[in-house]
Each structure stands twice: as C-alpha cells, then as structure tokens.
Design a protein around this ligand. Structure first.
Ligand code: NAD
Length: 489
C-alpha cells in the first residue's frame, strides 16, 4: 500500500478545475474550495468552486453535444466503457488512495469499491449493444407498431460522498451506453475521485462535451441552473431524501424524468431459528461496510428475544476486535467518519439511546481528535422511541432491539417512511418467503448482509426513491420509448 506521501503526490497530479467540453477550466469567479482528509482534519487539495455561470456553460455544452453523441454506434460506446473499466482496474491503487484520503474508508475497502465501481462500466458496456425495441400489429391488423428506444437526452447527475467512485459509475455507465450527454456534480466533500474518473474516461476515448463536471461548495445555484434550464431531460440523483424531495419539486417545473436513490433505515431481522454465526457475520457486513456510512446500512437490528443474548455477545466480540485508524495505515478496518458534523450526529444519537435505557456493550465514546473517529459500538435493549430508530445513523453503531413474534417485528420494521433494503436471517423457508414479501423495501438480503451488485436492480420504495440502478433495468432509466404507427398496405 502507498504511504501518505504518495497519497499527496497522487492528489497533486490530479486536474482540479471544472471539466467542460473536454477541457479543464477554472471557475468563472476564480473561486476554489478545500477538500479535507477526515483522518487528520487537514486540507489535501483545492478544487474549482463552480457557480451558476459555469453550470450554464456545462449544460449548454451537454445539449449541443447530444445529437452527435446519440448518433454514435452502440459498439463504439461499449468499447469506451470497456476501456475505462480496464483503466480503472489498472489504477486501482491510485483511485483507492484518493478515496481513502478524501473520505476516510480503509484502503482495502476503497479497493473493493474500485472493483465494484468499475464493474458498472463493464456491465453497461455489455448492455450498450443490447438496447432493444418491439414490433407488433394493432388489434385490427390495420397498423404496424414499431417501438424504438431513444436516449432520453442531456442528464443531470448528482452523487453523494459515501461511495465516491461507484455512485458516479452507476450513473455515467448507463448514460454513456444509452447515448446521453451529462452534467455531473459530485459531492463537495469528495470531488477528487470524480475528477480522476473524468481523466480516465477521456483516455478511454469519450468525446469532448459528453461528460461535463462542475464541482462546487454551494450545490444549490449550480443544480438549480440545470434543473430550470429547459435543456436537461433527466435527473439521476443519489443522496438524502430531504434534498431528493427538493429536486423532485424542481423537476416538476420542466417535467423531467427522474431516478432517485435516497436514504434508508434498513431493518435487520434475526429470527429465533437463524444460524446465529451467519447472522453475526451478515450484521458485520451490513453494519460496518463503509464505517456504517451507507444507505444500505443495517440501522435497526431486531433480534428474537430467545437468541438476543447470544447474538449480542458474539456481535460485540467482533465489533470490539476491529482496528480503528487512518485508512491508509496497514491493518485499519474502520476509518474516520466523513466530517465533524457526522461525528456530532452519531454521538448525539448514542447519547439519546443510552438516556432512554440502552446498554453500551462496547464503544460509545469518541476519542479525542485529530480526525473524526468513532469506535465500533453495540447497544442492546434500544427503545423504539430512540432517535436512532427513525434517523439514518450513518456511523459504526449497531442498535439491537429485542422482539417476540413475527407480527411485532414486521410492524416495527415497516414503521418508517423509508424502504430501501431489509435483511432477514432465518433457516425456515416458509418464514423467509413470508417475511420477505411483507417487508416494505426494494431489496431483501436473505441470510446475507450484502445486496449491492452491478447485475442487480438497486433501489427502494416509499421515501427511499424512484427507479432502479444497475441490473437489466438500469439502462431503461436513460432511454425513452418511441413508437411509429405504420399503416399496413
Ligand atoms: P446529500 O443529500 O446531502 O447530498 C447529496 C448530493 O446532493 C451532493 O452532491 C450534494 O452536494 C447535493 N446537494 C445538497 N444540497 C443540494 C441542494 N440544495 N440542491 C442540489 N443539490 C444538493 O446527501 P449526502 O450526505 O451526500 O449522502 C448521504 C445520503 O445519501 C444518505 O441519506 C444516504 O442514505 C443517501 N445515499 C443513498 C444511496 C442509494 O442508492 N439509495 C446511496 C448512497 C447514499
């Protein structure tokens, strides 16, 4: 693994301007903002701080490029994605180091995200050449119906900070495959990975103007410019439900297509008949991936009272054995949280749960700085009234709630406006099928703590979102259906 000095060198070598029409340019205002390493609290780079004027240039470029890009062959778009996939994998160490340094996840986990993120490009390289249509006749036989799929048009892509590479490739991959141009705004906490990705796509042969990136420390004006431009035809957003709702209102203004991947509040249900060791392993993945900073994170762990003591003890053993530290250091398993605000929020949620009667099995107290570290924490007997039951914890805190029967756990699991993912551990096939169908979620992990995969349709119900990313339906989000009526003569 590279050391801190080479992390600094890697980051220094990046272009940090706005990326518009294939060129790196400063913000029109000349402004920049700092990117901070959450393990140290120190600035590691400054990037261009774009505004509405820059946003306008970016969307005009995307609109002007749409027609020529849409007319390229599916095979040529596929080849760009294959080449970009290869380049990402060849530079896995470099990209992982950038991610670890800008958002904190341990280097080994960042490398896992590189492989996961790259795979979206390979998956959509394969989809680009399989865009289908349909051909039928009307019921009375008078007309032929020819159905084609067209690129939806210029897209607005907005991503969060927690998976800086994969959240981008999950949108850029299908947009390229479908023949859509893009304006892209990565999260202000983690712009560097996206800038590195732009360099890779250029090297892979992506024409100028197809992907345009505006980094900014003030997302409102930039995104509003795009949403009200009348030039963008599609919004693909991943982030919090609160911001998602705001953007849905803006999308209504020009009736834009939307794909919304929003927040979660995942229930993790351990039934009395579960294989407890397997459930503990599953909980470690579902809870601790990305230090708990994942929309898929197990937020509420419901454990049948008859196995609650055993599950709690075994989970505590594993959680307290995790090594916390700077993600670039060898052996680190848990990095810092992304920023001070996140640390304060986790602290407050734990304090609230404890004040309502929860027992701290391990962790529960943040160390002094520097860095925004919080230790792996297990809380048992968490009250249903605790704030963390209705808030995304987004930290390494496992909240265990005992339950007595199926009806009760279903009622508790579904008592939330979110519905992204649920996890279920049971060895009884009938119970597995019954509970899976009754959980109000878009995805169920059955005896597994990991559902994310480029080949699977990722997404949620209720306030967790609209549409799906990845899988066979992923490209559909970037395509319009057009139909030709042709009289039969
Ligand atoms: P966030 O909503 O604060 O930010 C997401 C993006 O929206 C960022 O790029 C941000 O700059 C931008 N944004 C913020 N305010 C905006 C505004 N007023 N107008 C336009 N854009 C604005 O979310 P976050 O803190 O970056 O990410 C964490 C959230 O993302 C969590 O709720 C998590 O569950 C969710 N998430 C969901 C998925 C999923 O696939 N469902 C995946 C990852 C993260």
């Amino acid at each position: 693994m590279s050391d801190t000095r080479s992390a600094a060198e890697t980051i220094r070598a990046l272009d940090t301007g706005l990326f518009i029409d294939g060129k790196w340019v400063p913000a029109e205002s000349g402004a920049t903002f700092a990117v901070v390493n959450p393990a140290t609290g120190e600035a590691i780079a400054t990037v261009a701080d774009g505004g509405a004027v820059d946003a306008r240039r970016a969307i005009e470029t995307a609109a002007a490029t749409q027609e020529s890009w849409a007319s390229t062959s599916p095979r040529s778009r596929s080849e760009i994605l294959y080449r970009a996939h290869r380049l990402i994998m060849d530079r896995a160490d470099e990209l992982a180091l950038i991610m670890t340094t800008e958002m904190g996840k341990p280097f080994a986990e960042a490398k896992g995200e590189v492989a996961y993120g790259a795979e979206f490009f390979r998956w959509f390289a394969e989809e680009a050449v399989r865009i289908g249509g349909d051909h039928t006749t009307t019921g009375d036989g008078a007309n032929r119906i020819v159905v084609t799929k067209e690129p939806v048009g210029p897209c607005v892509l907005i991503t969060p900070w927690n998976f800086p590479l994969a959240m981008g490739t999950r949108k850029i991959g299908p947009a390229i495959a479908a023949g859509c141009t893009m304006v892209f705004k990565p999260a202000e906490l983690t712009p560097l990975t996206s800038l590195a990705l732009a360099g890779i796509l250029t090297e892979a042969g992506l024409p100028n103007g197809v992907l345009n990136i505006v980094t900014t420390n003030d997302p409102g004006p930039v995104v509003t410019e795009w949403m009200t431009s009348g030039l963008a035809r599609k919004l693909s957003f991943t982030g919090s439900t609160a911001v998602g709702k705001l953007l849905l209102e803006q999308a209504a203004g020009t009736v834009m297509r939307t794909s919304m991947e929003l927040g979660g509040n995942a229930p993790f249900v351990v039934c009395a008949d579960a294989d407890i060791d397997r459930a503990v392993d599953g909980a470690m993945v579902a809870k601790m991936r990305n230090m708990g900073e994942a929309c898929t994170a197990a937020n509420r762990i419901f454990v049948h009272r008859s196995v609650a003591e055993e599950f709690g003890r075994k989970l505590t053993e594993k959680m307290s054995a995790l090594r916390v530290g700077d993600g670039t250091a060898d052996g680190t398993q848990v990095g810092p949280l992304v920023e001070e605000k996140a640390l304060t929020k986790v602290r407050e949620l734990v304090d609230d749960a404890v004040s309502r009667g929860a027992t701290v099995m391990c962790g529960g107290t943040a160390p002094d700085g520097p860095g925004y570290f919080y230790p792996p924490t297990v809380l048992t007997d968490v009250s249903a009234e605790s704030d963390l039951m209705s808030t995304e914890i987004f930290g390494p805190v496992a909240a265990l709630i005992p339950f007595d029967d199926e009806d009760e756990v279903l009622r508790l699991a579904n008592a939330t406006p979110w519905g992204l993912v649920g996890y279920l551990f049971t060895q009884d096939i009938d119970r597995a099928l019954r509970l899976s169908s009754k959980l109000e979620v878009g995805m169920v992990g059955l005896n597994t703590g990991l559902v994310s995969n480029p080949a699977a349709p990722f997404g949620g119900v209720k306030e967790s979102g609209l549409g799906r990313e990845g899988g066979r339906v992923g490209i559909e989000e970037f395509l319009e259906t057009k139909y030709l009526a042709i009289p039969r003569t």
